[in-house]
Design a protein around this ligand. Sequence first.
Ligand code: NAP
Length: 342
Amino acid sequence: MSTHSEPMTVPKVRGRLRIKPASVITIGKYHVPAIGMGTLPLGTTYAPGGRPDRQSAIELVHRALLLGVRFFDTADTYGSGPKDNHYVETLLTEAIDTYKGGCLIDEVVIATKAGMTRVNDRKDGWRPRNFKDGAALQTAILDSYRALGSRPIKLWWFHHTDGYDTNDPSKFQEACRAVKELVDQGIVENVGLCNCSTSHIDIAMAILPIVAVQNAFSLYERAASQKRFRKGPAAKSNKNEILEYCAKNGIIFCPHGALGGLQTRDGRRNLETDFPMLSEMSVKKNVSPQVLVLAWMLQKYANVLHIFGTRTCDHLHDVLIHVPKVVFTQKELDDITQLSPR
Ligand SMILES: NC(=O)c1ccc[n+]([C@@H]2O[C@H](COP(=O)([O-])OP(=O)(O)OC[C@H]3O[C@@H](n4cnc5c(N)ncnc54)[C@H](OP(=O)(O)O)[C@@H]3O)[C@@H](O)[C@H]2O)c1
């Protein structure tokens, strides 16, 4: 098992590619297909298979652009470890600047975040990053701005929103005001919250518009679609009801780890064996279980914008070619909704 950067081939496209476009999601003034790409696997090295070398990763991003991807999710900390901050941000910038396929830079949204730090290059090396004050947070955002080619950040996310206490919201309010200053200056165009509760959304929305939320949601992690038992403001750690709340308030929802996360690469999660019914449906419909899961979310929740992660051209093609073509009956949608891991 290698945990280092590996050359991976991105095969040439032969003939004309016919892709059915995914439905479109609007982020501020941008309109992007609802299947975007997450880029954690292009930066981290700890999961089995490591990460692609930089040139292969750039070619993979070019292929994603060719197949119609216009939304890329990243973070200042996506890299191999503490000494590799901004690795994926600069990789995406280089990929978009060298893309010869004719798409305009104005069409592509790179969404980035700050709020985590790395203490080592292992999977247990992620920590919340506590900013001393609003100015320190602004400095972190400006570092991403430079890594992204000193262009306005089209969507910037709080990476670790649940690090902010919702019972004493003063720190979070200060952070939101600091981000709003950068919005007013045109450095940041749109703002989103990762790993948040509905109370965080309310606190932030009193200061600046929140256009998107990015929380864990998959067949393994269902809190986003589950009811809360207690009424009233949600505790900072409570991630229930987020999907419905976002839908009601016109907020985009990006599920992270929709396919099971990096745990799928070391065998701790496996859609085929964990959900036998999904496997059967995948044989019947002649598409992969991963395609079924992504298509199910898109058809069930109109505000979902996918950010699935991959390092491989095969998986990129699998998702972008097949997900928009899947049609479910209501019963099939309900059957997937009711699944729980074996
Ligand atoms: N805000 C946060 O705190 C947070 C946390 C985690 C992730 N994220 C974001 O969410 C994105 C998605 O999460 P993720 O990348 O961890 O996990 P994921 O989207 O659940 O993907 C998990 C794995 O599935 C594999 N895969 C993808 N397409 C496949 C296909 N068609 N068939 C079979 N396997 C397939 C990929 O491995 P291969 O490389 O082998 O294709 C990938 O590593 C990240 O890239 C990142 O942008 C955010």
